[in-house]
Every structure is written in C-alpha cells, then in structure tokens.
Design a protein around this ligand. Structure first.
Ligand SMILES: [Fe+2]
Length: 436
C-alpha cells in the first residue's frame, strides 16, 4: 500500500496544486480543507506525512499538529504558513515536534523535496518500531517461559485489549501501545521466584506480597526502557480495581488509566477461560457471567458492557444476525434506535444500556440495510454516565454513520454530555434530553 501524505489547507487552490506536485512521488495524496476532519482522519488511518497550513479557521495548523501528536505520534509533520515569521517557525519546531517549516508561497521542488525527506524519516521510524516490536514480543515470551501454564496468555491479552480499544475508537497509535502493554503487563514477574509463581497452593502472606510487587517492578523496567506512558500505565495499574481496592496504589474509577482498565478485562477474561494446571478453564458463557459479576467491583462497568457486547458479536455469527434483526425491527417500530432494553445476543441476558458499539459494528458490515432502516435519531437520554470511553464510543459511532453518508445524526443527549462531544471536535446536531 502506498504511504499516505495528508495535505490540509482551507484554500482549495493550494490543495489542488499540492496534489499535483506530490502525486508524482509514488505516495497517496489525500487533501482536506477542514482541520477537524483531518484530525479524525489521522486517528483512523496510518498517515506517513502531514502537511498543514497554519492559518485556518476553527483550528490553526499548530493546534492540529499538537493534537495529531497524541493520535498520530509517528506521522511526520510539516507546517506551511504565509506568515513566515521566526516565532511561528520556532514554536512549531520546539513545542509541537514539527519536522520542517515551509514558508508560503512555496516552490514545487522545495515542497516535493521536503515531503521526500519526511517520507524517508517515516520509513526509518517504522523500521525502528518493527525492531523494537520484535524485542518487546520476545521479552513477553521470556516471561511466559518462567510460568509455562500461561503460555500464549500475553499475546491473547494483547489481542483482546486491542479489540476493545478499536471498538472504542481509540487511535491507531494508542491501539499499538495497548498491544505492547498487553504483551508486557506481567513483565515484572521476572522478579518473582519460580517456586512462588508456579505454586499450586494458597500463597503465604509474604509470598503474596512478592507477587504483588510485579506491577511496580515491571513499570519501573518499562520506564527505564523508555517505553511510552501508556505501556507503563498498563503494567503499573493492571491489578487496580474499579472500586479502589486493588494494588499497588488502590486507585479507582477513571483515576485508573483507560489503557489499564482495558487490559484488566482482557487479562481476567483470558485467565478464566483458559486451562490452568489446577483447574479447567470455564466455558465462554460461565466466563462472561463471571466477568459481568465483576462490573463496578474489579472492572470498569462501562467497558465490561462493551466487551460483553463485542464478545457476543464475535462469538456466534448466527446469533449475531439475530441481534441485527432485533435492532432493525426495533428501529422501524419505534422510529428511533433505542439504546436500552433487554438485549440478548448470545444468551447472556443483561441490561446493556450502551448499544452504540454494536450499532457501529452493524453499520460497518451492513451499510445498505442499516442505511435504509436507520432514522438518524439516537436517544442517549437514558444513559447515566458518559465518560471518556463513552465519548470515544460516540466518536466511533459517528465515524461509521458518516461512512454511511449520514452526516448529521440527531443525538438526544444531556447538556453535560453535549460539552464533551463537542470537545471531541464533532459537529453534530445534538438536542438536550430530559436527563440532566
Ligand atoms: Fe499481573
């Protein structure tokens, strides 16, 4: 696949010219005149190079780059501006990690050369990352050698955690860091003696204290290895509990970084469903029931709902289609899609207030069917909590709706929630609901 170069400018003439100049470089040139749409695109696609104008309405180029550094860390950023003063250039280069500054008006050769350099830099970064990735994965496998009964556990935890992150609409960079966190979440177990790690009995108090140290030890190693804050958070906090009774710091709720809350679910799920020397793994249904029973105690209730829904969706294609029919039937009867009710996909009877994730996935698979049935009105007024995850989820849903050509879905939502949605940069028509 050709590398993507994204050019952002509010001036269509410049976009056309840039496309003409850069299309000969063998890359795929994408042009957008809206920085908010550009940010959304950067979170979804792997963009090699971003070339952005600075002086744009709504969001300036520097702000776009600053935000892009969160959702698309590895994208190499170039800023162009007609106001080629030194302070903008310095600010761009020093504060926002901009690769180069191109003063406007730029010459075609100058722009082409800068983008060629940026593409080269991106390739180098990719190579380094692949090498690092191999090292990280081997490290995770080394830990499993110490504890053979958990073989494959780290890989599976990483896969499940990425699945959740993806459905949440987290950026590609974040998904990748969560994968590394999943691989390495137990890397501190290297410091735990094998006779303790593999003990087939109840641990003595002092032995349990040693085992509990693995999250702090692991996080320390990760910090010293210059791994990202996301990876460190996963390792440090994957045994924190949502109700605040976990370890090492006893933090709870949203104080636990979302990446750690995601990996905790994946970790618990895989530990329950797989065989251990002292017990057989539980069935999928028993495991899901147990995971549900941990809502609000060990695990984040919102993420559990999301995970259960996702598991159910992946588990059985036939029943999955059944879920889809219920959904569509419901929408045509009620003239809106309801996000509450006893919704069962695989027989796990559970009140799941948040069906947005499922909607998003259905939309992804059945655009035609859903496009016709969908009434573009989504009622969130029954939703009591719309935390960061909820916003991310809505963002994912909106993206799916946009792909269906539904540009401005109507969201019934409280004022508090409206604020947070706007913070995400989505321009949707939102009506305040009764719930405040
Ligand atoms: Fe652990």
């Amino acid at each position: 696949m050709p590398e993507i170069v994204l050019v952002v400018d509010d001036d269509e003439t410049i976009l056309e010219f840039a496309k003409h100049v850069l299309s000969g470089l063998g890359c795929q040139v994408v042009t957008l005149n809206d920085p908010v749409a550009a940010l959304d695109y950067l979170g979804r696609e792997e963009v090699a190079v971003l070339v952005t104008d600075n002086n744009m309405p709504v969001m300036c180029g520097l702000e776009l780059i600053e935000k892009a550094n969160i959702v698309a860390l590895e994208t190499v950023k170039i800023i162009m501006s007609a106001y080629a003063d030194l302070s903008v250039a310095l600010c761009a280069i020093n504060q926002c990690q901009v690769f180069k500054f191109v003063p406007k008006p730029w010459k075609p050769e100058e722009m082409a050369d800068t983008v060629i350099d940026a593409l080269q830099r991106h390739r180098t970064l990719q190579t380094l990352r692949r090498e690092n990735e191999n090292v990280l994965r081997s490290l995770a496998q080394t830990i499993e050698l110490k504890d053979p009964c958990t073989r494959g556990h780290c890989d599976r935890v990483a896969t499940i955690a990425v699945q959740i992150a993806k459905i949440l609409g987290l950026s590609i960079d974040m998904q990748r860091e969560i994968k590394y966190g999943g691989w390495l979440h137990d890397c501190g177990k290297i410091g735990v003696p094998e006779h303790v790690l593999n003990a087939n009995r109840k641990l003595e108090a002092d032995e349990y204290t040693i085992v509990k140290n693995h999250s702090v030890w692991g996080a320390d190693v990760a910090r010293k290895a210059n791994l990202s804050a996301v990876v460190v958070n996963v390792i440090l906090c994957h045994h924190e509990r949502y109700d605040g009774t976990g370890y090492p710091n006893g933090i709870g709720g949203e104080d636990i970084p979302i990446e750690a809350r995601i990996v905790s679910i994946a970790d618990v799920f895989d530990a329950l469903v797989t065989d251990r020397p002292y017990r057989k793994g539980l069935s999928l249904e028993e495991t899901l029931d147990l995971v549900i029973s941990m809502k609000g105690k060990e695990l984040d209730p919102f993420l559990v709902d999301l995970f259960i829904n996702c598991q159910a969706y992946l588990a059985d294609e036939t029943e999955q289609q059944c879920g889809e029919q219920i959904l569509i039937k419901e929408s045509s009867e009620m003239n809106r899609i309801s996000l509450r009710g006893d919704y069962s996909i695989t027989g796990v009877k559970e009140q799941i207030p948040f069906l947005a994730q499922h909607l998003a996935r259905v939309a992804e698979i059945r655009p035609g069917a859903l496009g016709q049935e969908f009434h573009h009105e989504i009622d969130f007024t029954e939703v009591q909590v719309l935390d960061t995850c909820g916003c991310q989820l809505l963002a994912a849903l909106l993206r799916n709706l946009r792909e269906l050509g539904i540009e401005a879905p109507i969201f019934k939502i409280s004022d508090t929630h409206r604020e947070r949605i706007h913070l995400l940069g989505f321009d949707v028509e939102i009506f305040a609901g009764e719930y405040a």
